[in-house]
Structures are given as C-alpha cells and as structure tokens.
Design a protein around this ligand. Structure first.
Ligand SMILES: NC(=O)c1ccc[n+]([C@@H]2O[C@H](COP(=O)([O-])OP(=O)(O)OC[C@H]3O[C@@H](n4cnc5c(N)ncnc54)[C@H](O)[C@@H]3O)[C@@H](O)[C@H]2O)c1
Length: 277
C-alpha cells in the first residue's frame, strides 16, 4: 500500500482498488445470524459498512434519508450474495421516523445485535456568521440521531447482547477551523458513547467509537469553504497517509461490531492515517 493516496471524492482509483483488495482478503463470517442496523448506509462509509457486515453473513437493515443511495447499497449486497439487506428510508433526526423504522426492522429481520451510527453531515462556517439552523442541523444528525437510534435499539441489545459503533471523526479529538458545530457534535458523540459504555458495562452491550480521518467519500464535497476563509487553516487536518477508502473504515467498524472485540468498550479507534499521532 502506498503511503500517500489522493482524494477522489468517492470516485475510487488504483490506490483505492489495492487497499480494498487487501481488505477483501480478511472477510470472515462474524455476523452470520445477526441483525445489524447501519445508518448513513446510502453512501460512503455507511454503505461500505453495510456491504462488509452483509459480506460476513449479517442481515443488514440499511437506513438513510437518501432512497436512491439505499437502493444502490441494497442492490450491491444482493449482487454479492453473501448476506441480506433491507433498505429503510429513515431520518435519524426524527424520533417518529427512527421508532417506526426500528419497529419495522424487528418485525422483518428480528432484534438487532449490532448498531452502527454512521450518518453524518457537516459544513465549513465562520463561527461568528454561522446560522443557528445550520448549527442545529449538524448537531441533530451527528449527535441527536445516534442518541435516538441507540435509545430505540438498546432494549433489544440489552436483552440479547450487542455492540454499538458510533462513527465520530478526528475532529472529536482536535480542533478544526470553520468547523465548530462539526467538532462539537463529534466530541459530543464520543462522550455519549463512553457514557453508554459505562452505563451498560457488564450488561451485555459494548459501545465504541471509530474516529476517521480523511476518507474518500462525497462528504467533503458538501462542506463548502466560506468566503474569506483561509484554506491554509485546513492543512493541519490533511491526513498524512492520504485519504482512506470507505472499506478501510468499514473494516475497523466491523471489528468493533463483532465478538472479536469482546473485551473492548468505551474505546476510540482512530482510523486516520496518522493524523492524530
Ligand atoms: N469522509 C470523511 O473524510 C470523514 C471523516 C471523518 C468522519 N466522517 C464521518 O463518517 C460518517 C460517514 O460519512 P461519509 O464520509 O460516508 O459521508 P457521506 O456523505 O458519503 O454519507 C453520509 C450519509 O448520511 C446520510 N444522512 C445524512 N443525513 C441523514 C439523516 N438525517 N438521516 C439518515 N441519514 C442521513 C446521507 O444521506 C449519506 O448517505 C459521518 O458521520 C462523517 O461525519 C467522515
């Protein structure tokens, strides 16, 4: 694997093909007989996670607001043939939407044993000019969403045993210019996860965080640098190893979601190509 890889905003490339091939060599059957809920499954890291859990035999409930993206994910899992997936359009910021979808998942697939909160949004803003509604929208998807999904699924996880993996970011661990809401939401998600881990310690539910660095997905294409912002301010968040592939993140998420990490809870796994060394 080359130490420096270029970002292609979700378009792949030779470096990515090599990394994904290396990942594919390690696929096992860790999720056979398990139901897994994955949010943000219509794109990027969430899609790769849904594909990985299904490839390892899982029954995946793929959740996203983006119906077209979900269709592609479910079709890819069907074509792969190693697991099953059902797509559910779900807005993780809506209490009713989450409750309805979790009830439908339990009805269709059975009680979940794995929950991966991957859905997320962001944006660059001068904090002094940031509209309140953008702040609230980022907090709603990145922090309240995982709370709602965990709240709705915890009774099942606690009854049968389970694992939660919440996808934060290197920005949960280091400040990033123009990203006050994003940093606050991801740091909040990190401590939300640790609080869950403490509360459910010894009760059969583990909760862990994966903190990605730059990952090659469409996400940053939507961030948009505000007028007058200094792009040099963002160099400190450039991942030393270059952008990872979504499958590389999915591999770490799958580890923490599986029984292979049975002694790990409340942990933060940085998958960021050396960014937070
Ligand atoms: N890509 C990176 O460099 C990077 C770095 C650090 C952290 N992350 C985090 O990884 C996670 C996945 O990001 P990605 O890069 O795959 O982005 P992405 O944009 O490719 O995928 C995010 C998905 O979340 C979905 N989503 C947005 N709002 C939603 C809502 N209200 N309800 C349900 N689904 C919703 C989107 O439709 C999209 O399919 C995010 O939490 C992101 O913050 C990404």
């Amino acid at each position: 694997m080359s130490p420096v890889r270029v970002p292609t905003m979700g378009q792949g490339g030779d470096e990515h093909d090599a990394a994904d091939e290396a990942m594919a060599a390690h696929v096992g059957r860790r999720f056979a007989g398990k139901v897994a809920v994955v949010t943000g499954a219509g794109s990027g890291i969430g899609r790769a996670t849904a594909l990985r859990l299904a490839a390892e035999g899982g029954s995946v409930a793929a959740l996203d607001v983006n119906a077209a993206g979900l269709e592609e994910t479910v079709a890819a899992i069907a074509a792969d043939g190693r697991g099953t997936a059902v797509g559910h359009v779900c807005d993780v910021t809506s209490e009713a939407s989450v409750a309805d979808v979790v009830a439908a998942v339990v009805e269709a697939l059975g009680p979940p044993a794995v929950v991966c909160n991957v859905a997320g949004i962001g944006g660059f803003f001068h904090t002094a000019e940031m509209p309140l509604e953008r702040w609230q929208a980022i907090l709603a998807v990145n922090l309240t969403g995982p709370f709602l999904v965990c709240r709705a699924t915890l009774p099942y996880l606690a009854e049968h045993g389970g694992a939660i993996v919440n996808v934060a970011s290197n920005t949960a661990l280091m400040g990033q210019a123009y990203s006050a809401a994003y940093c606050a939401s991801k740091a909040g998600l990190l401590m939300f996860t640790k609080a869950l881990a403490a509360e459910y310690l010894g009760k059969g539910v583990r909760a862990n965080v994966v903190a990605p660095g730059g990952t090659d997905t469409p996400l940053f294409g939507h961030f948009g640098l505000p007028e007058g912002a200094d792009p040099k301010q963002l160099t400190r968040i450039m991942t030393p190893m270059g952008f990872s592939t979504p499958a590389e993140l999915a591999a770490s998420i799958a580890f923490l979601a599986s029984d292979e990490s049975s002694y790990t809870t409340g942990a933060v796994l940085s998958v960021d190509g050396g960014l937070t060394i």
